[in-house]
Design a protein around this ligand. Structure first.
Ligand SMILES: [Zn+2]
Length: 465
């Protein structure tokens, strides 16, 4: 009886003596229990909505983000002015006219010129690569609509057709370009995105079409048909508008003059809600820093949250940040950007500046001593995150908005989300809040806040300064 009594008491005694989790352990536990990021993202998506450059919604989001930063106890909260390029979509439609009339799901590419009044109708020639286009030559392209039916391999490779397809087709006399959406899967949803006209090349209208439509046009051509398409794209003449990067800070303890930037971009495309691109990245950046404060922690260095403007169509926000902060750039210990959705974070990539002209593969194959040293510091942080998944630390890219500052010498860190489903709704009407899994968001918040705290608290800097 006595013995049983003692055994029964033991767990209670141990419980009383077990210390409450401290530091990073508490931070992770608090983040896993917090729905603050999810709630704020819901507001951004449902109450503000899509935030294209030059929209009232983007202005609203910029004002709202500052109130959230203040609510979370950030200081020096401000909107840093940026002049941004603006392109606005008008009404759009298209259809296959022959051999059988069928609707095309079209979505103009960002920056496209409009079609002539009443639209244009032309024969379509389908190609699977730039080489195929060039092999056709002017004789078989002039006066036609070029359809680029290029299957998704990886974003970097396939997006080249969205960016440059119109100008390459125009060089051979095409009247318009249709680009198969940059995605591995489709439920008849066209994906927009930025495109660029080359200097001194005729500007022709360019639109994304769906995987379904692109493959149909190719099948028609392969069976000896010459499909004819009608296309109507309206848009306003490009202009500029005032906008801003949103900034807020949580001062560090021992080295408050040194800065670790956490960032995402507040703007989005004009379709959908910009939930995963990049509303969720903004809320992860903001709340990773806020969670550190809510958990009563303060790293050595200052945490600065930057929510950039105009990532999708101009990158003016990223460039303006560099110009506005050039003098204090040497005090930036690291800049981190999350801009690839809410898939579970699997690791972090280190981007040490311009790489002296070496491309990413070369950098990874033969890392410099500086890269090896910095990567070693990041690898030292991985064990603290092991309970949330094995974190891979590697050399790689970082982020589009932080790119200009990273090229100027600040160590950049990319957040390696699992992006296996990211492209499914990327830049579409379907990039909406319902796609965000709350449990994944909590886990990502735990990983990012713990990583950020450890990084900002490191005794040494990644760049050895
Ligand atoms: Zn983005």
């Amino acid at each position: 009886m006595k013995r049983l009594f003692a055994t029964a008491l033991l767990p209670i005694a141990l419980l009383a003596q077990a210390p409450a989790p401290t530091g990073i352990a508490r931070l992770k536990a608090d983040a896993l229990a917090s729905d603050a990021a999810y709630k704020d993202l819901e507001y951004l998506c449902d109450r503000i909505g899509a935030r294209p450059s030059g929209s009232k919604q983007l202005d609203e989001a910029i004002a709202w983000a500052q109130t959230v930063l203040k609510r979370e106890g950030f200081v020096n909260v401000r909107a840093e002015p940026v002049t941004i390029p603006v392109w606005r979509r008008g009404a759009e439609q298209g259809w296959i006219e022959a051999p059988a009339r069928q609707t095309l799901s079209v979505l103009g590419l960002g920056g496209t010129v409009p079609t002539p009044k009443g639209g244009l109708t032309a024969e379509v020639v389908v190609v699977g690569s730039f080489d195929e286009l060039k092999a056709l030559g002017e004789a078989r392209v002039k006066g036609k609509i070029v359809c680029f039916d290029v299957p998704f391999t990886n974003y970097g490779a396939t997006v080249a057709y969205r960016g440059a397809g119109a100008s390459e087709a125009a060089k051979l006399g095409a009247v318009a370009a249709l680009v198969r959406s940059v995605t591995p899967v489709s439920l008849d949803t066209p994906h927009t995105g930025a495109m660029n006209y080359q200097k001194d090349v005729a500007k022709i209208p360019a639109a994304a079409i769906t995987l379904e439509n692109a493959t149909q046009l190719r099948r028609l051509q392969a069976s000896g048909q010459v499909p004819r398409v009608h296309l109507e794209l309206e848009s306003e003449a490009p202009t500029t508008a005032p906008s801003a990067n949103v900034v807020g800070e949580l001062p560090g303890s021992d080295k408050p003059e040194e800065i670790v930037v956490l960032s995402g971009h507040l703007d989005s495309w004009d379709v959908g809600q910009g939930a995963q691109d990049d509303g969720v990245g903004c809320m992860l950046a903001l709340h990773a820093a806020a969670q550190i404060r809510r958990s009563g922690l303060q790293p050595k260095r200052t945490l600065r949250v930057v929510l950039y403007t105009n990532e999708e169509h101009g990158l003016a926000g990223g460039r303006a940040y560099l110009e506005a902060h050039r003098e204090e750039l040497p005090r930036h210990a690291a800049m981190l950007e999350t801009d690839s959705g809410n898939g579970l974070i699997q690791g972090f990539s280190l981007d040490l500046g311009g790489g002296q002209g070496r491309n990413r593969a070369q950098r990874a194959a033969a890392p410099t001593d500086a890269q090896k040293r910095a990567l070693g510091l990041l690898e030292g942080l991985a064990p603290q995150l092991a309970d949330l998944g094995a974190m891979k630390m590697e050399l790689g890219g970082s982020g589009a908005d932080i790119g200009p500052s990273v090229a100027a010498g600040v160590p950049g860190i990319g957040v390696g989300h699992d992006n296996s489903r990211y492209w499914d709704v990327h830049h579409t009407r379907a990039d909406t809040f319902d796609k965000i899994k709350p449990e994944d968001l909590k886990k990502n918040l735990a990983i990012l806040s713990a990583f950020t705290f450890a990084l900002a608290d490191l005794p040494e800097r990644l760049d050895g300064k």
